[in-house]
Design a protein around this ligand. Structure first.
Ligand code: ARG
Length: 461
């Protein structure tokens, strides 16, 4: 028999029962549902809406239910539609009439909203921690490679010399922003919808501030209609998670390139690569590829919920039950990707000699060569042109800039002198790029300082 059976003369059709039910996926919020009910019952007892004895019986019943669920002793049923009604029915079967008083001054609409906020708040904390662990690994690896020269790219063409530290610290900045984005989402999410009722609040003398504080929220949500119909927080989280995946995916793409024979900048650890069933020589970067591939699922979840919400009138609509599967899938996906990605990066072997060899081809010191002339007073555009001509001559002769004779340099511009070789040496090119945020040792040391301070602040908090 349905909890809401009073006004119905017929049983729900079996197809509708299954179609309508969300228990198969919302049962993962059982802890939060119990947590919310405990707070609600306590507040009902404290405000005199129900007897204190009933509140105590409810609390005891809920706690025993929780331990039975955790012990695997409870089976949920689609007949009771969702986790909220399943738990209420189970509670009432245990403690009788007191259980029937729990839903006083409450609706499933504010119940599901509070459950989801509590649930996602916990997941945000876990994902944030995983990001911090990735950042630790990036900081550690970057510190080892402040003088490991590699080509920096634009258009995937060798552009200017950088170091591996500089490249890794770019991801350090991105993932740090992801951490702060999650912190922002959590901050806005941390208001309590409980007490919004079905949509219009309640006539009982409830204390929304008490439940909000019992549940660790910063306060109650200001408007009851908004309380039950807002899913911005889910969308914000999906958007933050999409950016996490975008960053992981870009990094994955580079790892895939870097371990190809064409680059060979790194070698992935055997434990984080896979073989081929037919080609005996293969060692594939499946982990990075899967992370790149799973990015699509998370973007899909974001699009899915944005679309679900786009024309829903206020307040609650059943469409909103469709919020859970996408956000659960996105959270699961990110939690699956982050630790394996971090371990893959931590264990990959860097091949600095291959990075340097690549840096030596492709004229990545051409800008420095032009800057050399410019620093001697030649207007940059003239210097640029002279070096462009030298590069052209080198490409036809199959040489590098540093292989040109001083006479050849001077033929392109008379202000070239013997110190040009030092100026276009790759180590000089990197160490001279000491502008703030740049790849010189001073530049990456400053970035490491900032990153380590960011991590330390969060260890202490
Ligand atoms: N299972 C529903 C959901 O996930 C519960 C909320 C209320 N349902 C209702 N018919 N008012 O959104």
């Amino acid at each position: 028999m349905k909890l809401w059976s009073g006004r119905f003369q017929k049983e729900t059709d079996a197809l509708v029962n299954d179609f309508n039910s969300s228990i198969s996926f919302d049962q993962r919020m059982y802890r939060e549902d119990i947590q919310g009910s405990l707070a609600h019952a306590q507040m009902l007892g404290d405000t005199g809406v129900i007897q204190k004895a009933d509140a105590a019986a409810i609390a005891e019943g809920l706690k025993s239910l929780l331990s039975d669920i955790e012990a695997g002793k409870i089976e949920f049923s689609a007949d009771n539609e969702d986790i909220h009604m399943n738990l209420e029915a189970l509670l009432t079967a245990r403690i009788g009439d007191a259980g029937k008083r729990l839903h006083t001054a409450r609706s499933r609409n504010d119940q599901v909203a509070v459950d989801l906020r509590l649930y996602l708040r916990r997941e945000i904390a876990e994902i944030r921690q995983m990001l911090l662990e990735l950042l630790q690994v990036l900081a550690k690896t970057a510190a080892q490679h402040q003088t490991t020269v590699m080509p920096g790219y634009t258009h995937l063409q060798r552009a200017q010399p950088i170091t591996l530290a500089q490249h890794l610290l770019a991801y350090g900045s991105m993932f740090s922003r992801d951490v702060t984005r999650l912190e922002d989402v959590k901050k806005r999410m941390n208001l309590c919808p409980l007490g919004s009722g079905a949509l219009a609040g309640t006539t009982y003398p409830i204390d929304r501030f008490e439940t909000a504080s019992l549940l660790g929220f910063d306060g109650p949500m200001a408007n009851s209609l908004d309380g039950v119909s807002d899913r911005d927080y889910v969308i914000e989280l999906l958007s933050a998670l999409s950016l996490v995946m975008m960053h992981l995916s870009r990094f994955s793409e580079e790892i895939i390139l870097w371990c190809s024979w064409e680059f060979k900048f790194i070698e992935l650890d055997d434990a984080y690569s896979t073989g081929s069933s037919i080609m005996p020589q293969k060692k594939n970067p499946d982990v990075a590829e899967l992370v790149r591939g799973k990015t699509g699922r998370v973007y899909g979840s974001l699009m899915s919920l944005l679309t679900t919400m786009k024309s829903l009138p206020l307040a609650y609509n059943k469409d909103m039950q469709e919020d859970k599967e996408p956000v659960f899938d996105a959270v699961d996906t990110v939690k699956q990707c982050l630790p394996v990605f971090t371990a893959m990066v931590e264990t990959m072997k860097v091949l600095p000699e291959n990075m340097l060899a690549a840096a030596k081809r492709g004229f990545i010191n051409a800008t420095d060569c032009a800057d050399y002339l410019t620093k001697k007073g030649v207007p940059f555009r003239d210097a640029y042109k002279a070096v462009g001509q030298l590069v052209y001559a080198c490409t036809t002769a199959g040489k590098t800039l540093e292989a040109l004779t001083l006479e050849e340099f001077q033929a392109a511009h008379p202000l070239f002198d013997a110190d040009v070789y030092e100026a276009i040496d790759l180590q000089t090119c990197v160490s001279q790029r000491n502008s703030y945020g740049g790849p010189s040792v001073a530049g990456t040391t400053k970035q490491l300082e900032l990153l380590n301070a960011f991590l330390k602040e969060r260890e202490e908090a």
